[in-house]
Design a protein. Structure first.
Lengths: 535, 193
């Protein structure tokens, strides 16, 4: 493993704006990456606050804190803030920071568009928050009580807050499509000489596939919500049964986006794991080529199984069988990825720093979520589980480990690289344990609640469900407040700490570890040449 | 690679990705007509298929004659959308019928408001497997219904259950949701089937 290292530390011939201009007009991938991550962190706390309100309300049967529409609006907000506000921007932040460093490019391919795709986000976030705030004012109309799926006919009847939400989704969609175009153009054209596609680091591969998925599905969602807007205001009846439309059509448009979206959230974290696990096992990634193949298979099959979210709409036996079998088949390439990770750890010289702890936790808990996913894919069983708390437990077990813990692992893994300081390992380990235990305490009992018949998205519940809900709510408070510790660790690391070396981790390999920590403002102005096969 | 070459390559990638984005946006809208087609092929019960009755002609079923020995209970149900100021209910709620025989039932509708209102009834059948076997020969749901202020009418439904109805189904429910037409559409005539 040898690179010709050529780091140009001559930032002097570039004019670098300072103060707020540095951030607002930034075209630097590192600064934009930081902005993305900070935005995601703030949205994580807002989405988390809505989740805590939901769990506080569900602590006891009956209606204590919220009224039903407000409760459902919080459910809507929690989902949208977490998916579009926290996870996707955080993944985009990692991509911005790491992709140019990993492939030896001086910056993203389209730096000005990069600036635009970030600065759309605060506008979109404001629209999203306004959609929540508007109903509190006189004349503001009703609250968005549809959940994030926005199914008509209910979403056609909601007041003007829905229009704010529709435009927020448009803006978020434009932002992520622009970011995806930028990432694909960068990855296809700006790799260091000698780095073929099949030598590209796994994180870059996962983002290449993710970006393609986003480009294929986000425009369809944009079309769907545009039709919704037209139905609401311009007298069309795309989804209005009285005018010859069909509300179920919206479900198809939504889930055509919604199911691949799950992989959009998952894949960047799989990319992070593909770096974290080899580093702390001190072994190269097992089965690089099969990982790439499995990922493409997941993305391809994932595009054509969306109707497993809608088994109860009354499809023919042939149609449900197809969607069921397709869905279950996805577990094969996903299982292959998991086995590759386990094989990477096998007989490795493993150490358990915080990123690795998260990685091991992901493998265990994500597999568990995948298993309940197979249960939900089975049509006759799903008829019972549909819209119960079991579904809530399932997708939180998939998305918390699969997406969010993966991002945590990535943040702890690369934080010393970004800041030049080591984070406080002891505090980080405490954060990990509190976080993971809180998570399991919150969501594990929800499996039982769902199987016993508690429906989701309802403010009240039968007294017989009280015990598990109490456990779940206590878990949620532990889980929620543990993120304040994350905030503290991140701030502490930014402000100071033990100096990090360029390589940071003993087993870390790849171009990003060749530049000093923190990297200078401009890196890889002369591309490195890849002499030996990577990994 | 020179800078100009790189710019050229980047530009080409941006172009085809942009076309992909526009294409997928168009695909979203293309799904509107494709959806009805797909429903017919895969047997998903779209509203259009449900409201126009089944594709198999009632005459074909007629030829098989009346099955006097088999009885099916058909239940009628109606719900009115909150923004439509109507009362709407089936006159008869339950009926025991023979497959292959024609029946007529009435639904009574009353406009509670003082102004003219147009409504459209959307049918659905449970279990959905029976949808194709419930042949509506005449139905108020084929057309929009306009009632003057305070007017009451009886709206007829003539139907026949096909003898091909799967054996395991002994009871089915025909349910109507009545919705308000904000702007009555003249061209939309649902009496195709």
């Amino acid at each position: 493993m040898s690179y010709t290292t050529a780091i140009n530390d001559d930032a002097h011939h570039h004019h670098n704006p300072t103060g707020w201009r540095r951030w607002l007009f930034s075209t630097n991938h590192k600064d934009i990456g930081t902005l993305y991550l900070l935005f995601a962190l703030s949205m994580l706390f807002m989405g988390g606050a809505s989740a805590m309100l939901i769990r506080a309300e569900l602590f006891q049967p009956g209606i204590q804190l919220l009224d039903p529409d407000l409760y459902n609006n919080l459910v809507t907000n929690h989902a949208l803030l977490m998916i579009f506000g926290a996870v996707m921007p955080a993944a985009a932040g990692l991509a911005n920071w790491m992709i140019p460093l990993m492939i030896g490019a001086p910056d993203m391919a389209l730096p000005r568009m990069n600036n635009l795709s970030f600065w759309i986000l605060p506008a979109a976030g404001t629209m999203l928050i306004l959609s929540f705030v508007v109903p509190f004012f006189p004349g503001g109309g009703s609250q968005i009580n549809t959940g994030w799926t926005l199914y008509p006919p209910l979403s056609v009847q909601v007041g003007m807050s829905m229009d704010f939400l529709i435009f927020a989704i448009h803006l978020l969609g434009i932002s992520s499509v622009l970011a995806s175009i930028n990432i694909i153009v960068t990855l296809l054209n700006m790799r260091a000489p000698g780095m073929t596609l099949m030598k590209m680091p796994m994180f870059c591969w996962t983002w290449l596939v993710t970006a393609f998925l986003l480009i294929l599905v986000v425009p369809v969602l944009a079309g769907g919500v545009t039709m919704l807007l037209f139905d609401r205001h311009f007298g069309t009846s795309f989804f209005d049964a009285a005018g010859g439309g069909d509300p179920v059509l919206f479900q198809h448009l939504f889930w055509f986006f919604g199911h691949p979206e799950v992989y959009v959230l998952l894949l960047p974290s799989i990319g992070v794991l593909s770096h974290v696990i080899p580093t702390f096992s001190r072994k190269p990634l097992f089965g690089y080529k099969s990982m790439v193949g499995a990922m493409i298979a997941v993305a391809t099959i994932g595009m054509v199984v969306w109707a497993h979210h809608q088994y109860t709409i009354g499809m023919s036996l042939g149609a449900v069988s197809y969607f069921m079998i397709g869905t279950i088949i996805i577990s094969i390439p996903v299982g292959l990825m998991i086995f590759n990770f386990i094989a990477t750890m096998w007989r490795g010289a493993m150490t358990f720093e915080t990123p690795m702890l998260f990685a091991v936790a992901i493998i265990m808990m994500f597999t568990f979520g995948g298993l309940s996913g197979v249960m939900l894919a089975v049509v006759p069983a799903d008829m019972q589980y549909h819209d119960s708390m079991f579904v809530v437990a399932h997708f939180h077990y998939v998305l918390m480990p699969g997406a969010v813990f993966g991002l945590f692992a990535g943040v702890f893994y690369w934080l010393p690289k970004w800041t030049g300081h080591m984070y406080d390992e002891k505090l980080a380990k405490i954060f990990f344990w509190v976080n993971v235990i809180g998570f399991n305490l919150t969501f594990f009992p929800q499996h039982f609640l769902g199987l016993a018949g508690m429906p989701r998205r309802i403010i009240d519940y039968n007294v017989m469900f009280t015990e598990f809900n109490v456990v779940s709510s206590i878990g949620a408070m532990i889980f929620g407040f543990s993120h304040l510790l994350l905030l503290y660790i991140v701030i502490k690391t930014i402000r100071g700490g033990e100096k990090a070396t360029a390589q940071v981790w003993e087993g870390a390999k790849g171009l990003e570890w060749e530049v000093p920590s923190p990297p200078p403002f401009h890196t890889w102005e002369t591309p490195p040449s890849i002499k030996q096969e990577q990994q | 690679m020179s800078d100009a070459d790189l710019t050229q390559k980047k530009r080409r990638t941006v172009w085809w990705l942009s076309f992909l984005v526009l294409g997928m946006f168009g695909f979203g809208f293309a799904l509107v007509p494709l959806y009805d087609l797909l429903c017919q092929v895969t047997g998903i019960q779209s509203v259009n298929i449900r409201s126009t009755g089944s594709a198999n002609a009632p005459y074909a079923a007629n030829l098989k004659g009346v099955n006097e020995s088999r009885f099916i209970t058909i239940k009628f149900d109606a719900s009115v959308h909150p923004n439509l100021p109507w009362e709407f209910a089936p006159v008869v709620r339950n009926l025991r019928v023979n497959p292959g025989k024609q029946y007529q039932v009435n639904f009574s509708a009353h406009n509670r408001s003082s102004s003219e209102v147009t409504g459209q009834a959307i049918p659905s059948v449970a279990p959905w497997q029976a949808t194709g076997h419930l042949n509506k020969l005449e139905c108020f749901c084929f057309n929009q219904q306009t009632l003057a202020g305070g007017e009451s009418v009886e709206m007829p439904l003539r139907f026949m259950i096909s003898p091909d109805l799967p054996k395991e189904i002994s009871s089915l429910t025909l349910s109507y949701s009545l919705m308000k037409m904000e702007k009555p559409v003249v061209v939309q005539d649902k009496a195709k089937g």
